[in-house]
Write a protein that binds this ligand. Structure first.
Ligand SMILES: Nc1ncnc2c1ncn2[C@@H]1O[C@H](COP(=O)(O)OP(=O)(O)OP(=O)(O)O)[C@@H](O)[C@H]1O
Ligand SMILES: [Mg+2]
Length: 502
């Protein structure tokens, strides 16, 4: 006979308040991801403004996050303070940034020991509740206090009809417990952490901060400007084909962007494009849940490495919150794993985007014309023999051909070319490239100098000697390194040449 609920024997084994409350401090947030989790709640509560303030007072420093969202009744507030206040399996409205009923508490306790929340709905009184970890440790019970931080009074709801104020005190994970007010180093450290938080918020919420009726985040009184990873305001940014993909019948959108080569944007824009992690670490997929960024550049375990020459590839993916389980969204909202059925598609898109990005990176932003029948002529060629890569000088390059023709001591030239090929300082180049790729000079960089002029003249002559017309020569040169980088210059010189010789 089947067992009924009432037949089952059990003990009630409640978690111990004083131990569990400390264990939940280790979810792995940092200060920035923790504060972002609180702003998620403000956005879900339809806030138009969020005010984040850092107050320095040595060991008693504190942080406040206030919003003008819909607020909570006293009953709702008490519920909100409970760990696991909502069932993660239940569906949520499409614009809800929450999932687990944990964030407010886990994010807070990762950074501090006292959480006070004051909330007010329109035309209602303010309700206050507070968790104090020291107090819970002492009493061993889940006692939610009805009175909160002493700092509540200095932050008020003046001028706003509704909203929620969160105050973090006892910031033991942010400030040293021994820190005194006039310790300049500790103060600077606190300010540095605040600056990092500001950058993180500008990044993860950029789509809320952009566009019509944007959300306003005020950080220590200053409005936060969005950081858009795709540099969409730059003319040279390319958007490749936008693709919809489907998971369980729900739509995901993938938008691959190729960012401009640094020579196409100002130094300031290039610096700004580096974001918080730097150009190299910011390549890959950017996963957004609703408009909130979860992942800021990652190849999502699809088998690709972060490499310097793919750094211009940044791919936006939009997922709805109804696919949280399929994407294995975590409590911190900082990870996402693509579901099995779209991994192949994402790999394909990543491969194409990476190829294109690497082309732009290598050709310094010049688009090599694919419509011309003229094959691109490289001076250097890569060769693979017995699994080993080496670099060879192209003996078919017009200048090389011309030299070997006119040079009677042909073997001397050949020996020189072989020596050059065998002694390329690859380790040194690689090292410089990975450390300061943007400071490596491009071929005849900046102004076409005398040497470029000479190379151009000699190339034109060499090709004339091979019986080509000036028109064909022009096409050849435009498909040849480094002349492809000096298009206008080459065209003008060929035209001059034609005039001189007619
Ligand atoms: N600023 C706020 N304004 C209004 N309601 C809030 C605010 N912050 C929290 N709440 C309420 O408290 C609840 C609990 O918040 P909490 O961040 O712990 O979990 P969640 O947002 O539901 O899920 P997640 O764990 O994924 O963040 C929210 O669902 C919301 O109802
Ligand atoms: Mg939340």
């Amino acid at each position: 006979m089947a067992e009924t609920q009432s037949d089952i024997e059990y003990d009630i084994a409640e978690p111990k308040a004083d131990s569990l409350i400390h264990s939940i401090r280790s979810f792995g947030y940092d200060l920035a991801t923790a504060l972002a989790d609180l702003i998620d709640n403000s956005i879900t509560a339809r806030a138009k403004n969020v005010w984040v303030n850092f107050f320095w007072d040595g060991a008693f420093s504190w942080i406040s996050i206030k919003d003008d969202g819909i607020g909570m009744t006293q009953e709702e507030l008490v519920k909100a303070m409970i760990l696991g206040s909502k069932n993660p399996l239940l569906p949520r409205p499409a614009n809800d940034l929450g999932r687990f009923g944990l964030g407010l508490k886990t994010a807070t306790f990762s950074q501090c020991k006292q959480l006070t929340v004051a909330s007010k709905m329109k035309e209602r009184d303010i309700s206050v509740r507070c968790w104090d970890l020291d107090y819970i440790s002492n009493c061993g019970q889940w006692r939610l206090l009805k009175k909160g931080s002493n700092n509540l009074e200095s932050e008020s709801f003046e001028g706003i009809e509704q909203g929620t104020l969160v105050v973090w005190d006892k910031l033991d994970r942010v400030v040293d417990e021994e820190a005194v007010v006039d310790d300049d180093r500790a103060h600077d450290h606190f300010l540095e952490k605040a600056a990092l938080v500001k950058k993180h918020l500008a990044m993860v919420f950029h789509r809320y901060l952009e566009g019509p009726n944007p959300l306003k985040i005020w950080f220590n009184g200053k409005l936060v400007s969005p950081w858009n990873p795709f540099l969409i305001d730059q003319k040279a940014t390319e958007l490749l084909t936008v693709e919809p993909l489907f998971v369980n019948g729900k739509r995901i959108e993938v938008r691959p962007y190729i960012l401009p080569h640094h020579s196409k944007i100002s130094q300031e824009d290039h610096l700004n494009g580096a974001g918080t992690k730097g150009w190299n670490a910011h390549q890959g997929f950017y996963v957004y849940r609703n408009k909130r960024m979860l992942v800021a550049g990652d190849w999502l375990g699809l088998g690709f490495q972060m490499e310097e020459h793919y750094k211009l590839a940044r791919i936006q993916i939009d997922i709805p919150n109804s696919l949280d389980q399929e994407w294995s969204i975590d409590v911190k909202k900082s990870k996402a794993r693509p579901p099995q059925n779209i991994r192949q598609d994402l790999k394909r898109i990543a491969k194409l985007t990476r190829e294109r990005a690497s082309n732009i990176y290598r050709h310094r932003g010049k688009v090599v014309s694919r419509t011309t029948s003229t094959e691109f002529i490289y001076l250097w060629k890569q060769s693979l023999k017995h699994g080993k890569v080496s670099y060879k000088i192209n003996r078919e390059h017009p200048l090389i051909r011309e030299c070997s023709k006119s040079n009677n001591e042909n073997q001397v030239l050949e020996s020189l070319l072989r020596m050059l090929e065998e002694t390329i300082p690859i380790p040194m180049i690689l090292l410089n490239y990975s450390e300061q790729s943007d400071n490596i000079k491009g071929p005849f960089e900046d102004e076409p100098p005398k040497e470029l002029n000479a190379a151009l003249e000699n190339s034109i002559k060499a090709l004339l000697n091979q019986g080509l017309t000036i028109n064909d020569i022009k096409k050849r040169l435009l498909a040849m390194e480094p002349f492809d980088l000096y298009k206008e210059y080459v065209i003008a010189r060929c035209e001059e040449f034609e005039e001189e010789n007619t």
